[in-house]
Design a binder for this molecule. Structure first.
Ligand code: FES
Length: 158
């Protein structure tokens, strides 16, 4: 509890507690915890004098932010029309089987969160999977295991 407050206070100070730095502060918090703890949002609201509902509004508007804990690595499988017809659902199914979670969930060891998206805007290279911002094109079921292995070894540096 105290630790969260002191970390968030550091981020607030870094941005001179300026209201216009709200998104940058939320980005710092997201990077630190992989999500936005409620306690952190309350502190930001108080210190910047922005109503909590507005802070939460910004936090829920951007996909980059999460209000629930996320794993160290976020795997996103595109299920937009173009990726769907090229096998997106099978890719998702393979991720779900290998990680033993459903889309929207996080593994018990907090290593992976699995998400889906409607379209990433690069339909020609589908089916597309994105892990921690790295794009994998023309993904096949056979590639899923090696993608997971790559990130299972990687620890996120804080
Ligand atoms: S449908 Fe997957 S990138 Fe557009």
């Amino acid at each position: 509890m105290e630790a969260v407050n002191s970390t968030v206070n550091t981020f607030l100070a870094k941005h001179n507690k300026e209201k216009r730095a709200l998104i940058a502060i939320l980005q710092d918090i997201q990077a630190e915890y992989n999500y936005l703890p409620r306690q952190a949002l309350q502190l930001v609201s108080r210190c910047l004098d922005i109503p909590l509902i507005d802070v939460v509004g910004v936090a829920t508007f951007y996909r980059a932010f999460s209000l629930t804990p996320r794993g160290e690595h976020v795997a996103t499988v595109c299920l937009g029309t173009a990726c769907h017809v090229r096998g997106g659902p099978k890719i998702l199914n393979e991720f779900e089987k290998k990680l033993n979670i459903k889309a929207g969930e996080t593994t018990k060891d907090n290593r992976f969160t699995l998400e889906t998206v409607a379209c990433l805007g690069c339909c020609a290279i589908g089916p597309v999977v994105v892990v921690d911002g790295n794009y994998y094109s023309h993904t096949t079921i056979g590639k899923v295991n090696s993608i997971i292995k790559t990130y299972a070894k990687k620890r996120v540096k804080k």
